[in-house]
Design a protein around this ligand. Structure first.
Ligand code: SF4
Length: 806
């Protein structure tokens, strides 16, 4: 048969084999929406209709030279057709189609009737089985109930358990969940991901502009996007181990690929529906628009499928961007969105020539996924000029800091590769075991691997191994602890030997387990899944039920967290390689000491967010660890950052939250600049000269002067704001400090600029610092404060001059 000109072939056929259902889901598009055509159809497809459908599909595939077609057995509930009919349908379709092309045969079911007999049948007939399940029990019970209100959850889980078993796993196609924004998105995701579906998809509930779904279509409302954003975040943290079609389609279409779902993207629709009576219809979802909406007036007994492909309503969905509303055509996310699902655009009067009723949600979730993906794909050692300049000014937002974090990621991995080359294959069992486990986890649980590798003291450990003579031999085995921590975090089953150091087994980011003197340099750690693990040594056996097991189980000392609102940082007092700062690290703190830190941190973060909004987003994005320092002089304020420990700020407990706020923003300047100088040369590293640093007794190399100056921008800014937040003598003291630090910082900036040792990028960076500080020099301070600051600066310069002359 000749192919009609301009006809795009169908490649997917939804074959309705039973038009009734044994559940009464209230969000079902077949029974609960505008189109009620099911009422006039035979409940079960006849053998003659199946035979004709097979014949028509084969004819269509032959005429268009299709290498493969997909047929989805659907309903209603297709399992109501019964085993004998299902076997006959599958067999008949294969017999008709396979002489012409490959047949990807699937069935989509609510699962409640799926049993071993049916699974056996589907396995024999190579039928892939997809299941509708809306999430955890609470989410599923919102809609998926029997007519008498009884839950279907247990039956569906039984069906999925069958499909996950070894015998039927090959026919497990995946899960399809319809979103209800009243349910907990993270709980829904976790419940579905735990069932290990080969594919998972989320459907937006059907609706139109005439009859919007709950919470959609209202100006400014993006509750579905917010719900999906939460799922996306959890999915990403979970290592994206389950493919989610919606998110993967957004990513694919953002980079020139094709969407895997008809609800997104610009690809022409290629789906035809064949009803139980042989009528040919458009996609089921259009039933939500109006009664009779999917009808084409065609049927397989009188018409070839090409007649349907040439139908104006079907062709309207094959025009790509030209077939969309004017608003969609100009939309920045149109290549990923494609106006959303065709049915969701409907409005009485304008028909389907509208954006989706989910427009605001689609734009928001697509933009979010794109931004996240762009950050992942960004070359590690590149940074847009605008973010470089924002950092040079002393600030930098979360995105600016994300560039620094991405660069650190590649530095860490380069160090590990270097270490791998240095460690002989046969010399260090724990290192080799750790390496192999990390390679495996990097594929199956990359987020957990990244989380542990990003712990500041992993790089500190790697650098120590590479730089310190003898450390490769002594310390390289710590990699096994790093890998074990990633396995425990990701719930992966694993077993390996890990080092015992000073009587402890360490799991970086999680904590340490006291095992005492084991008589051996290693113990065996078995990760049992879901955060549980077991350690076996000659001296005993310990089982830890969760990585966050609370004290007072004194054998397990978990890393605690400091929290303030949405911000959480690890309070690190267990890592064996944390002692890399200028001041010694404190030992394990008591719960009382930790509580004092928590109170101080919460107060500090409130102040940073309120008074220092230009620093807060960058700090929130990059600070992952607060390390307590030992302090043998109570009252002395000490703090530090260390170049290898990106993301960590160390401090002794200061007297007030305000003091801690200053220490954090001051030290985080060092963190930012350390990472930036890992990416770019800002000054001549071979220059041996030293320079006057107004705040120091000793002269400093240029790089150290640059670090100090950058940090003191934040210190100056702190006092600049603080003087307006306190009263009386405190205000005068704050003003004096502001005046003093702005003078010193400005002077250091000019020293840097005149050094002659800055690279062009370094000169740009120093110009950025100057542009921030210069206006501060003109700000009014009390005369007494200005005079004190000038006297102080003059005295420092004279002392420096005398030192040089001597
Ligand atoms: S986000 Fe809205 S305007 Fe943009 S393509 Fe989708 S539906 Fe159309």
């Amino acid at each position: 048969m000749a192919v009609a000109e301009g006809v795009l072939p169908f490649r997917q056929f939804v074959l309705k084999i039973h038009s009734r259902c044994d559940l009464a889901c209230d969000h079902c598009y077949v029974y609960e929406h505008a189109d009620q055509s099911w009422r006039g159809r035979p409940p079960v497809i006849s053998p003659e209709t199946v035979a004709k459908a097979g014949e028509r599909i084969a004819e269509h595939a032959r005429d268009h030279g299709l290498p493969e077609v997909r047929v989805i057995l659907h309903g209603g509930e297709p399992l109501l057709a019964g085993a004998a009919a299902l076997a006959s349908i599958a067999h008949g379709l294969r017999r008709a189609v396979e002489p012409v092309c490959r047949l990807d045969l699937r069935i989509h079911t609510n699962g409640v009737r799926l049993n071993a007999e049916l699974c056996e049948l589907f396995r024999a007939e190579r039928v892939q089985v997809g299941i509708s399940l809306d999430g955890d029990r609470a989410a599923n019970d919102l809609h998926r109930r029997y007519a008498n209100g009884r839950s279907s959850h247990d039956q569906v889980l039984r069906a999925v358990a069958l499909l996950r078993g070894e015998r039927y796993r090959e026919i497990y196609a995946g899960l399809l969940a319809t979103i209800d924004i009243r349910s907990d998105p993270v709980a829904v995701y976790r419940a579905l991901a735990a069932l290990e579906p080969p594919n998972l998809d989320f459907l937006l509930p059907h609706g139109t502009w005439d009859s919007p779904p709950p919470g959609a279509g209202e100006p400014g409302a993006t509750r579905y996007a917010d719900w999906l954003t939460a799922v996306f975040g959890e999915w990403t943290r979970d290592g994206r181990r389950v493919p989610i079609r919606m998110f993967e389609s957004i990513i694919e279409t953002s980079y020139g690929g094709v969407s895997g779902t008809e609800s997104l993207g610009l690809a022409p629709s290629d789906v035809a529906v064949i009803e139980t009576d042989g009528t040919i219809e458009q996609a089921d979802s259009i039933k939500v628009a109006y009664d009779g909406a999917p009808a084409t007036g065609l049927d397989i007994f009188r018409h070839p499928l090409d007649a349907a492909a040439a139908h104006p309503a079907i062709k309207a969905r094959q025009q790509g961007i030209a077939g969309l509303s004017a608003t969609c055509r100009q939309c920045p996310v149109v290549t990923s969105c494609g106006g959303g699902l065709y049915a969701h655009r409907y409005r009485t009067g304008s028909g389907f020539a509208n954006p989706s009723v989910y427009c605001a949600d689609l734009e928001k979730i697509i933009t979010h996924v794109r931004a996240d993906e762009a950050a992942r794909r960004r070359p590690a050692h590149a940074m847009p000029q605008a973010h470089f300049d924002a950092l040079a000014a002393g600030y930098g937002d979360a995105t600016s800091v994300s560039y620094l974090s991405a660069a650190q990621r590649s530095v860490r991995r380069a160090l590990l590769r270097l270490l791998r080359e240095r460690v002989p294959d046969d010399a260090h069992g724990p290192f080799a075991a750790g390496w192999n486990l990390l390679i495996r986890l990097d594929k199956s649980a990359p987020a957990a691997v990244e989380e542990v590798l990003a712990h500041p003291y992993v790089r500190a450990w790697a650098e120590r191994c590479l730089r310190t003579p003898g450390a490769v031999a002594a310390d390289a085995g710590h990699l096994a602890s790093v890998a074990a921590a990633a396995a425990v975090r990701s719930g992966t089953l694993a077993e390996l030997d890990v080092p015992v150091a000073d009587g402890y087994v360490h799991l970086p980011t999680l904590g340490r387990l006291r095992v005492g003197d084991t008589g051996s340099a290693t113990a065996t750690l078995a990760a049992r899944g879901e955060g549980a693990f077991e350690v076996r040594a000659a001296s005993g056996k310990w089982h830890v039920a969760s990585g966050a097991a609370p004290e007072p189980d004194h054998d397990w000392q978990p890393v605690r967290e400091l929290r303030a609102g949405e911000v959480a940082v690890r309070f690190e007092d267990t890592d064996p390689y944390r002692d890399c700062h200028q001041w010694p690290a404190a030992g394990r703190l008591t719960d009382g000491d930790a509580a004092a830190w928590q109170a101080r941190f919460a107060a500090a973060w409130r102040l940073i967010e309120r008074d220092y909004p230009r620093y807060a987003p960058g700090v929130a994005a990059g600070l992952v660890v607060l390390l307590p320092l030992a302090n043998d002089e109570p009252g002395r304020e000490i703090s530090a950052a260390a170049r290898p420990a990106y993301g960590a700020v160390a401090a002794a407990l200061p007297a007030t939250g305000a003091d801690l706020a200053l220490l954090i923003i001051h030290e985080f300047q060092h963190v930012k600049l350390g990472a930036l100088t890992d990416m770019f040369d800002l000054c001549d590293r071979t220059d041996q000269r030293v320079f006057f640093a107004p705040w120091r007794d000793d002269p400093r190399p240029l790089g150290a002067l640059l670090q100090g100056t950058y940090a003191h921008i934040a210190v100056t800014d702190y006092w600049r704001v603080r003087r307006h937040r306190v009263d009386g003598r405190d205000a005068l003291a704050a003003a004096e400090r502001f005046a003093r630090w702005r003078t010193m910082t400005a002077e250091a900036i000019e020293t840097l600029a005149d050094s002659g040792a800055l690279t062009p990028l370094g000169a740009r960076f120093v110009d950025g610092m100057r542009a921030t500080v210069e206006p501060w020099l003109a700000e009014q301070v009390p005369a007494a404060a200005a005079v004190a600051a000038q006297r102080w600066a003059a005295a420092r310069r004279e002392a420096w001059q005398r030192q040089r002359e001597s």
